[in-house]
Write a protein that binds this ligand. Structure first.
Ligand code: ZN
Length: 154
């Protein structure tokens, strides 16, 4: 039953992605690529008072990668940069086998079933790796629109 619910959550985000589209004038704009599956993500975020006021994404690829990006935008919107980074760490830890922190991760736990398919883990983490890259670039004061193909990190 739980697996069925998880599958429904993922398919719903894939069919009806939240926060999809470009964000003009975003302080954070970063691209992530998962060459092993062909997934692509462009992530945009507006930063105000140290918080991710608005988060959007564009992309194409498999249902896991796009659903994960959609879920990520909902999960980090309104969070401080530090909180968003911590959530990314928690999510990646879950995908790499740690027991999920359900209170913090919320519906993101729906993606934990992907762990059974190691080749797809990178699909689920792509948007989060892009987010972490974007946060690092922003905090380093680098201009937006950095292209990354950080496969090693996925
Ligand atoms: Zn994929």
């Amino acid at each position: 039953m739980l697996e069925e619910l998880y599958r429904e959550i993922i398919l719903d985000h894939y069919a009806h992605p939240r926060n999809r589209g470009r964000l003009e004038g975003a302080e954070i704009a970063v691209e992530g690529v998962n060459p092993s599956c062909g997934d692509e993500i462009s992530l945009y975020a507006r930063v105000r008072d140290g918080r991710l006021e608005e988060v959007r994404f564009e992309g194409r690829g498999c249902s896991i990668s796009q659903a994960s990006a959609s879920m990520m935008t909902e999960a980090v919107r309104g969070k401080t940069l530090a909180e968003a980074g911590q959530l990314a760490d928690r999510f990646k830890a879950m995908m790499h086998g740690q027991p999920p922190d359900e209170e913090q991760l919320g519906e993101l736990v729906a993606l934990q079933g992907v762990r059974r398919f190691p080749v797809r883990i990178k699909c689920a983490t792509l948007a989060w790796v892009a987010l972490q890259q974007g946060l690092r670039e922003y905090e380093a004061g680098r201009p937006a629109r950095v292209v990354t193909s950080s496969e090693d990190e996925l």
